[in-house]
Ligand binder design. Structure first.
Ligand code: B16
Ligand code: MG
Length: 233
């Protein structure tokens, strides 16, 4: 399906979210948040963890403390942020290429082979080490992560910085995202939004696919060549 194509120029740049698009780190975030919740004396469910997808670490802790009805001093808040991250880092320590989501490498290789500019746009402050672990860092021309942004998705900041770094206008960019806030951020940036996940949840996206195995070469070609409206099966 993903055969070699002649190289072309001026293709629309693509921006990829990390967690839920390239790798499933949500399960490790969940373990670390659940450990903290249990230490603070309450349960934290997988369903509640859905609220944390695409959300910054600080905002996640605020939501967690609301769930557990726990009041924190600034000093406790800062300590729990550090503790959660240390636990998370211990869970992802052994991550490798086997954790890349299906057909992500095929799509990245196909786009890269055609010289499509590629960027990462993630809320995670751990995005770079994760890309290194799964050996995908060399695919990206620009990395924008939680260390670069002041405003969290749905604010468009992360994607606007990515467009700037690729030296292109926002309306040229295509964003692949799994979180509702991320799709809203892409739309707020004036970019084309591709939802990866559940069509109902991501109904605000321009196009939605369950995962990358559902995205065809024809679709990628039309998309990166700037087709306005593409019919999908
Ligand atoms: P960190 P994404 C997001 O990644 C996760 O979905 C979210 O659950 C997490 O809280 C956030 O990164 C911050 O991560 O604690 O590593 O800085 O989907 O924006 O790639
Ligand atoms: Mg995500």
């Amino acid at each position: 399906m993903f055969s070699m194509k002649p190289k072309t120029q001026n293709l629309k740049p693509c921006i990829f979210d990390l967690d839920g698009v390239i790798v499933d780190t949500a399960k490790y975030h969940y373990l670390a948040w659940r450990k903290l919740a249990n230490e603070l004396g309450f349960e934290f469910t997988k369903e509640q963890n859905e609220l944390f997808k695409g959300v910054s670490r600080k905002r996640c802790l605020e939501i967690l403390l609301d769930i557990g009805k726990v009041e924190a001093t600034q000093e406790q808040f800062d300590r729990w942020m550090v503790e959660k991250n240390e636990d998370y880092l211990s869970y992802i320590e052994d991550m490798d290429e086997s954790e890349i989501l299906p057909d992500v490498v095929k799509v990245l290789e196909y786009l890269k082979d055609k010289n499509t500019p590629l960027a990462l746009g993630s809320a995670s402050k751990n995005a770079k080490p994760i890309l290194e672990k799964v050996k995908l860092l060399p695919y990206f021309d620009a990395i924008v992560d939680g260390t670069d942004v002041a405003k969290a998705k749905p604010d468009p900041e992360v994607f606007l910085i990515a467009a700037q770094k690729m030296d292109t206008r926002p309306e040229n960019c295509i964003v692949f995202e799994d979180a509702v806030a991320g799709i809203q951020a892409a739309n707020n940036a004036g970019m084309t939004s591709i939802g990866i996940g559940d069509a109902k949840t991501l109904s605000e996206a321009d196009y939605v696919f369950k995962d990358f195995t559902e995205i065809s070469v024809e679709f990628l070609n039309k998309l990166t060549n700037g087709a306005k409206s593409i019919s999908t099966p």
